[in-house]
Design a binder for this molecule. Sequence first.
Ligand code: NAD
Length: 441
Amino acid sequence: MFKITVAGTGYVGLVAGVCFAEVGHQVTCVDIDDNKVALMKSGISPIYEAGLEELMQKNYEAGRINYTTDYQSAYREADAIFIGVGTPELPDGSANLSYIATVARQIAESVEKDCLVVVKSTVPVGTNDKVEQFIQDFLIHDVKVEVASNPEFLAQGSAVQDTLHAERIIIGTESKWAEEMLMQIYQPFHLPIVSVNRRSAEMIKYASNDFLALKISYMNDIANLCELVGADIQDVARGMSFDDRIGNKFLNAGIGYGGSCFPKDTKALAYIARQHGYELKTVKAAIDVNTEQKTLLFRKARKRLITFNGLKVAVLGLTFKPGTDDLREAASLENIPLLLEQGADIYAYDPVGATNFAKLYPVGKHGAGQLSYVDDIEQALQGANVCFVFTEWGEVKELSPETYQKLMRTPLVFDGRNIYNVALMQEAGVEYHSVGRQAGT
Ligand code: NAD
């Protein structure tokens, strides 16, 4: 078993730390945020992920995981330090590596024994080489520090399961020592390991994420065409899905991808390519389609209605996808300001995302509009003139067409996730607009 320190306790770092503890390693999680550390010490997860809090409590009680802001003591004697800090997007589309650089410097100033530094954060190809050089330049003690790449593939909403039962672990190393240590760290997970060099590992992460983004944008592009030519994207996707070469996942059309990864990772790879004098045309197309798709519902609704001014607007779902409290790059963040600007009176429902949304848009007046948050769906729909579905939460999917018909003043629904049956909505007297399917009016 290894003494592992994890830098950064966000979706990636905390989940990795907890899962390392779960398989028996001795783990210390470091974060610069005192509030997060205090919460975690008291057994509360600062992020929402199914099953995470239970595992935090179990492993904390077993003495296998601890949380601290004191990076020096956490890095000093670690066998391996996993870096899971953010690499957000800079205005030019490139990845902001300042958090990585800070951790690298802190590691260099703290380690007192040989140690493997493992970069889990998504970083541009070549970053691991630079991190290794940077650490060596600032090392205080005479110890060996090597850097390895171990990109993360978990999806928010199922992060714990994705980590414990990952489809593959990618490790990118430049020495047998680093490769073997990572193999041993991951041995208790009993998962397939793909061992490559550092640059290939860094590229695998971007290539995988951008391929998924491309798949989504492709389906959305086709969905928009389906509407124009009288086809149904769900039938089209079903027909495509029987082909093994295409597969049956990620074929859902909707209002585009959000979250902290696809938007920034597509832009970052396009940026890396540009830096090398190459234009990644496919990735650029995926970005362009997604940008337009995000405001599709608003544009559809604006065409259908004369004005939003004074209308009661129900919003179901705020997060970028179900199962998470994360709002980064969520479609709601694009559409709600547009609706408020045009005078909508919005009643928003989200089972876990409303608190975070209210930090950005507090209850009250915004421009010509008014924003309120409600605890149940019925309150949002009661007397509403129009409803937008931005996130396919389970309880939203379960709503019957009759509920919309009964509760809304005028049953007019714009669904960005294609979660209802067009014919059933139409039969119930609901005017229903979705993506890539004919409107049911
Ligand atoms: P996050 O923003 O949720 O968490 C980052 C954490 O790092 C924060 O808690 C922050 O306080 C902490 N931090 C910043 N500086 C620090 C320092 N010097 N020392 C210790 N902690 C510090 O980020 P995230 O969503 O977990 O993503 C982290 C990385 O993993 C990114 O590169 C991202 O692209 C990648 N990734 C994310 C996901 C995902 O689904 N979120 C999936 C795969 C890969």
